[in-house]
Design a protein around this ligand. Structure first.
Ligand code: NAG
Ligand code: NAG
Ligand code: NAG
Ligand code: NAG
Length: 405
């Protein structure tokens, strides 16, 4: 992450997605994806709290909750037993089954995919498959139909090339905002689940470039940094929640999305951060009223890069990373476990609008490194056939020429 600046903006990105879900409440019939709103919002905030706790003071926290929930849901579609229950319980889906979650994502992705003028929102998934690994056809069908996944093969005999190919895919989908989603690939990788989110929105009311000026931003009680402060006068949806020490501003983009900024009062960030939950966000979203204000907001550009394995373990997803992992929905033959969960996100906010992108990759590898450790039985060898309980050597052979009768 870049050196810290905008501590007060730490919550913005998270809220963007939580509030986004709220926005869909206004649809006529209740869409199936509604089932995901509360669990995904709760997961977002729980994950925020974990990530923020690991972030050095003064640094920013930024991620795509939707991207991570989606990637882990694709993973759970191939998981069984305890591995599946842990994923579902952490994602907040305990009252649902995988079929319901699959259908909800299909519906959600369809709804997110409906284009709006002046706004671009691309959320999509892919599976990068090792060329000599074939997962269960059922699984591929499920990720194709419910998660709109593209499926492509990569040649793991050259892991660097495979990584480059995956990075090219993500770069293309994120308009070059994320160019190195994958750094190194486990030579034993069997497959990688990929999620990308790309958003570009233009403010409904743009900030005027002429009004942008240098101004102080107070990182904390003692430290101040200089920022390019944008200025915009206008009716905005705001709410001053004195009791909860917060001011809320909703800035709409042209189209169907808005940014919700939650600005804790001076010195109250930690307190607000402590109690923030889906209920507060909903309360704020419902309480805003249109008021004329002169808004000063910094222009900024931040990025973040996370390895999520330990965070997800702390949140209860443990078996997926261990030898007892049960991905029998993915493959009968291979013993698979998750070896990496990586997340990258970038956010640019300026006078014109916002551009944000994120990638989540879930690397799934063989528990024992079979792929990289090749053994070719192509010269004379011995065979012992042993009965285990009695350790009896039933047969023994030396094969010099397998074609000789
Ligand atoms: C304020 O922020 C600066 C820069 O990030 C840091 O060095 C300092 O320790 C912080 N002070 C407090 C009181 O948190
Ligand atoms: C999932 O739950 C739905 C609704 O309760 C039910 O109709 C369906 O049969 C369940 N599917 C599976 C595979 O358990
Ligand atoms: C992504 O690749 C497709 C197909 O090669 C191309 O048409 C498209 O312009 C690319 N998009 C970006 C943003 O580079
Ligand atoms: C503070 O937040 C709580 C929880 O969302 C809400 O019930 C309460 O009304 C808020 N206070 C004010 C003054 O809005």
């Amino acid at each position: 992450m870049k050196p810290g600046t905008f501590a007060s903006y730490a919550l913005t990105a998270l809220l963007l997605s939580v509030a986004y879900a709220e926005d869909h409440h206004h649809h006529e019939e209740q869409p199936i994806c509604r089932k995901l709103y509360y669990p995904n919002a709760d997961f977002a905030i729980a994950l925020y709290k974990r990530l923020n706790a690991q972030t050095a003071a003064g640094q920013n926290t930024f991620f795509s909750p939707l991207g991570i929930s989606t990637a882990l849901s694709m993973l759970s579609a191939g998981a069984s037993g305890e591995t599946h229950s842990q994923l579902f319980s952490t994602l907040g889906y305990s009252t649902l089954n995988q079929t319901q979650v699959n259908n909800a994502y299909e519906n959600l992705l369809h709804m997110l995919g409906q284009s709006h003028e002046n706004e671009q929102l691309d959320v999509g998934n892919a599976v990068a498959l090792r060329s000599n690994f074939s997962p269960k056809e059922n699984y591929l069908t499920a990720v194709r139909s419910h998660f709109s996944s593209e499926i492509f093969k990569v040649d793991l005999s050259k892991p660097d090339n495979a990584a480059a190919e995956i990075n090219k895919f993500v770069a293309n989908k994120t308009h070059d905002k994320i160019k190195d989603a994958v750094k190194d690939i486990d030579p034993d990788m069997a497959m990688m689940l990929i999620n990308y989110v790309y958003f570009k929105g233009e403010w409904a009311t743009r900030f005027s470039y002429e009004l942008t000026h240098k101004a102080d931003f107070h990182v904390n009680a003692t430290a101040t940094v200089q920022v390019d402060m944008m200025q915009n006068m206008g009716p905005f949806e705001i709410y001053r929640d004195a009791e909860n020490h917060t001011t809320v501003i909703q800035l709409p983009y042209k189209g169907n999305t808005f940014m919700m900024i939650v600005l804790p009062n001076e010195g109250k960030m930690e307190e607000v951060e402590g109690y923030i939950s889906r209920d507060y966000v909903r309360h704020w979203h419902r309480s805003v009223q249109t008021r004329c204000v002169n808004l000063f907001m910094p222009k900024f550009s931040i990025s973040a890069d996370y390895s999520l394995e330990n965070t997800l373990r702390e949140m209860g997803i443990t078996d997926a990373f261990e030898d007892k992992a049960d991905f029998s929905g993915l493959s009968d033959a291979a013993n698979l476990k998750v070896t990496k969960v990586s997340h990258q996100a970038v956010l640019n906010v300026d006078e014109f609008g916002t551009e944000a992108a994120a990638s989540t990759t879930v690397e799934i590898s063989l528990k024992i490194g079979c792929f990289s450790r090749e053994i070719k039985v192509n010269r004379p060898f011995f065979v012992f056939i042993v009965e285990k309980p009695t350790r009896s050597l039933l047969f023994m052979a030396k094969i010099n020429d397998p074609t000789a009768a």
